[in-house]
Write a protein that binds this ligand. Structure first.
Ligand SMILES: NC(=O)c1ccc[n+]([C@@H]2O[C@H](COP(=O)([O-])OP(=O)(O)OC[C@H]3O[C@@H](n4cnc5c(N)ncnc54)[C@H](O)[C@@H]3O)[C@@H](O)[C@H]2O)c1
Length: 409
């Protein structure tokens, strides 16, 4: 390690706690040094302050991120922002204006207009922001993406993601913004697609990006149906199909209103082969001529590995962050086009759901998802009792996002 990177973390609870643990691990290895942190109510974190040994490590604790940056910015090489999504833009701006590089948790924002403002701020950044999508770093994913881009599997026709991740009621009650479309007048757009399974949606767009390794497919035309079974303002279940500008079609189904094991397979249908990729498991390639290939998984895709990759970029040992702010625009726009195209979120009536403790699942959802991928039919086209047709939208409809979402509230 040539240079010990001096770090500030905005936040102490929720996922910020994982950043504290990871930074401590890397600090013990001599990679970095935590200088300061903050939370609006630091008194609520006495246990963590002891556990992370903040006094022993000489870490200054603040109750406001602006006073933290004011006091410490000259002693910082990096600020980590793992805070509520609707606070990211102002925190990112404050850091960039002080010349500080940022590791920003995913999603950067879920409002494409706000992302454009953040990209304008980012123009002034000396070192590019990294957005914390965790799985682009995966070495096997990158090797396979190179082979896809090189044309080894023939033209890429379709990229799919199926994400069924049960979430209990407490998940939606853990903070002010979970499951929300809006807070005050701000678009939040928290959802299974925009937040918990954002990684995999971004992965799917990575498979769909053509021309070079670090490329993400841009949706040009989208159709979607949105549902909720939990008692939330936003959606917990999404069916979406998209065309991309220069590449394959996309098809995804995601839900937090399901039961059983979490499952999150991605697959890439090419002219000559299908690539099946589930993060954390070996991948499989099935060639049309009967050959098969397996490999992976890469164990080094955790948060410390992602932080290390950004430290390498800051030291000049890597030429780019794994996901730059601009690279997350296809993801943010696809999430937004889900709302714009569907036009509404349909509530699944309780008689079509099953409650088990804190979990709510839509009856028969796995079969409906299978049929969506097998026959390409949305739930409404499968004549499911609770389903309602969505609509479609193109990229030129994005400016309608705010009005469409406000009409949903
Ligand atoms: N990479 C991953 O796998 C992963 C996993 C979970 C969450 N996340 C992301 O991490 C971010 C935080 O999510 P969360 O669920 O932990 O949110 P959260 O609401 O629990 O907030 C996290 C922390 O942010 C801090 N915070 C809140 N308001 C603040 C303010 N005004 N000033 C300073 N600090 C403030 C607090 O310390 C809070 O505990 C989101 O972007 C989320 O999508 C990423």
């Amino acid at each position: 390690v040539e240079q010990i990177i001096r770090v500030g973390i905005i936040g102490m609870g929720g996922f910020a706690g994982h950043h504290h643990a990871s930074v401590k691990l890397l600090e013990d290895r001599g990679e970095c040094k935590l200088v300061c942190t903050c939370d609006p109510d630091p008194g609520a974190f006495e246990g963590q302050i002891r556990e992370w040994d903040l006094p022993g490590r000489g870490v200054a604790v603040f109750d406001d991120y602006r006073s933290m940056l004011d006091a410490c910015h000259e002693r910082l090489d990096l600020v980590i922002i793992p805070t509520p999504v609707h606070l990211h833009a102002s925190m990112h701006r404050a850091c960039v204006e002080l010349g500080l590089p940022v590791y920003l948790e995913k999603p950067p924002t879920l409002d494409c207009a706000e992302l454009d403002e953040m990209l304008a701020v980012e123009e002034r950044a000396g070192r590019l922001t990294n957005v914390g999508f965790n799985f682009i770093i995966d070495s096997h994913r990158q090797q396979l993406k190179r082979r896809v881009v090189d044309g080894e599997f023939g033209a890429v026709r379709l990229v799919c993601f199926s994400g069924l991740w049960p979430r209990p009621t407490s998940y939606f009650l853990r903070n002010q913004w979970a499951g929300r479309l809006t807070l005050d007048s701000q678009l939040v757009l928290d959802s299974c697609m925009g937040n918990a399974m954002a990684h995999y949606v971004h992965n799917a767009l990575f498979w769909a990006g053509s021309g070079e390794l670090f490329s993400w497919g841009e949706a040009s035309e989208v159709a979607a149906e949105l549902y909720r079974a939990h008692d939330i303002q936003g959606m917990d279940t999404v069916f979406i199909k998209a065309r991309t500008q220069a590449g394959p079609d996309l098809q995804m189904a995601l839900s937090h209103a399901c039961d059983g094991e979490s499952r999150n397979p991605e697959w890439v249908v090419c002219d000559d082969a299908v690539i099946r990729y589930t993060t954390g498991e070996p991948y499989e390639i099935e060639w049309n001529d009967g050959r098969t290939e397996t490999g992976g998984p890469d164990a080094h895709v955790g948060l410390p590995d992602n932080l290390l990759a950004y430290l390498a970029y800051l030291r000049g040992d890597a030429d780019r962050p794994m996901t730059r702010l601009i690279d997350s625009r296809p993801f943010v726009r696809l999430c937004d086009l889900a709302y714009v195209s569907a036009g509404k979120i349909t509530t699944v009536p309780p008689e079509h759901t099953t409650r088990s403790g804190e979990y709510v699942s839509i009856n028969g959802l796995p079969d409906i998802v299978d049929e969506f991928f097998r026959a390409g039919l949305f739930p409404s086209e499968q004549h499911v009792a609770w389903a309602r047709p969505g609509g479609s939208a193109t990229i030129s409809d994005l400016p309608k996002l705010r009005d469409i979402v406000l009409a949903m509230t």
